[in-house]
Design a protein around this ligand. Structure first.
Ligand SMILES: [Zn+2]
Length: 369
């Protein structure tokens, strides 16, 4: 029942055979405590030694369950209407707003570092009640999609689809007489937005407003306009989160009054996410998302288990990025190790893909840069 092997140093150890757990623990005596576990070389050798597989870097690599690669990462890119410029975002060190042309050059550099997909956010020249720049064929994001397509044809281009960066009030849709987001009127605008994004060359659109019925509405619009091949990444579970603070600086899309709690999810809820996911899959979402990531890894796991067959994205948001950067700048933690641990944790929780501002850094680290 028990196989004896000689260790290199000549001591004897015991390798257990499959199915012998109970018998062996019984033989160690019923009720034996951890403290009383026998040790190697004693009459009752230690049978299970997980440390064996952790001994060397090569052994650890062999048994590693989760690997983060550049194929898993999506880089957010902020594009401003201002010509020939770039603005550092104070609360997100290393991340900038780029003019259209510079955004394409930035994506080219990111691609050289290994980035394979980007998601675009626009800062338009003017905002209005309907967010018209979002569906203008010459709107800032449509111009950026064309520029990136031309310069980096191999990069997957995802267009964020919402109105909050484009409306004068900063809300994610049209407002009704009571100054609340008018859900169904907003769907009509979103249909126009995705067609403009698809015509510009987007591979995928990503509705982020948590507007009921948004996935079905834009699926229909894309199909009717002749874009059945443009995929939909739904922000299916997006929480009303304080972790978006730095993003509001970056995209200049903070609401001028009120907040987004009437459409984004309550951070206290997770069962509600199952309902959102199911609706979006039924409406035709090709991929699901949980946003933010770190405080919601249980929701990532639940979504993974609910739809094992649907690719799942987690958004490692601006506030998560800013916390790491701020602490790293203070010398309080090792940025590279922390970032890899965070991304690995998000993937281990069940995400296939991660939208992260760290993507270019990760690519450079992988190349030893
Ligand atoms: Zn929005």
């Amino acid at each position: 029942m028990v196989e004896h092997e000689m260790e290199r140093d000549g001591t004897m150890r015991v390798e257990e055979l499959p199915g012998q757990d109970r018998m062996m623990s019984d033989s160690a005596g019923a009720g034996a405590s951890l403290a009383a576990r026998p040790t190697a070389g004693s009459a009752h050798p230690l049978l299970r030694r997980p440390r064996r597989l952790r001994r060397t870097p090569a052994l650890r690599a062999l048994v590693r369950e989760t690997n983060v690669t550049m194929d898993d990462l999506i880089l957010p890119v902020f594009v401003t209407h201002e010509p020939d410029t770039e603005h550092e975002i104070a609360s997100m060190p290393g991340i900038r707003q780029w003019s259209v042309e510079r955004s394409a050059a930035y994506v080219e550099r990111a691609a050289a570092a290994g980035v394979r997909a980007v998601i675009l956010f626009g800062i338009p020249e003017s905002k209005d009640a309907t967010g018209s720049d979002a569906y203008d064929p010459d709107g800032v994001v449509q111009r950026a999609i064309r520029a990136i397509r031309e310069r980096c044809p191999e990069v997957v281009v995802i267009a964020d689809t919402c109105l909050c960066e484009y409306t004068e009030h900063g809300h994610c849709g049209l407002l009704d007489a009571r100054l609340e987001v008018d859900n169904d009127a907003t769907l009509e605008i979103l249909r126009r937005v995705v067609v403009a994004q698809a015509e510009a060359g987007a591979d995928m659109v990503a509705p982020s407003g948590m507007i009921d019925g948004m996935v079905g509405a834009i699926r229909g619009a894309l199909d009717q306009a002749g874009f059945p091949g443009v995929a939909i990444l739904s922000y299916s579970t997006k929480y009303a989160s304080a972790f978006y603070g730095p993003f509001r600086d970056a995209a200049q899309g903070a609401p001028s009054f009120g907040d987004r709690r009437s459409h984004q999810m309550d951070p206290a809820n997770s069962r509600e996410a199952l309902r959102e996911n199911a609706l979006d899959v039924a409406e035709g979402a090709d991929m699901l998302m949980v946003k933010p990531a770190l405080a919601y890894l249980d929701v990532v796991r639940q979504t993974r288990e609910q739809f094992p067959e649907v690719p799942l994205v987690a958004y490692n948001v601006s506030g998560e990025y800013a916390m790491v950067k701020a602490a790293a700048q203070q010398g309080w933690l090792d940025e590279q190790r922390i970032v890899m641990e965070i991304l690995t944790g998000i993937k281990r929780a069940g995400a296939d893909l991660i939208i992260t501002y760290h993507a270019v850094d990760v690519g450079r680290w992988a190349h030893g840069g």
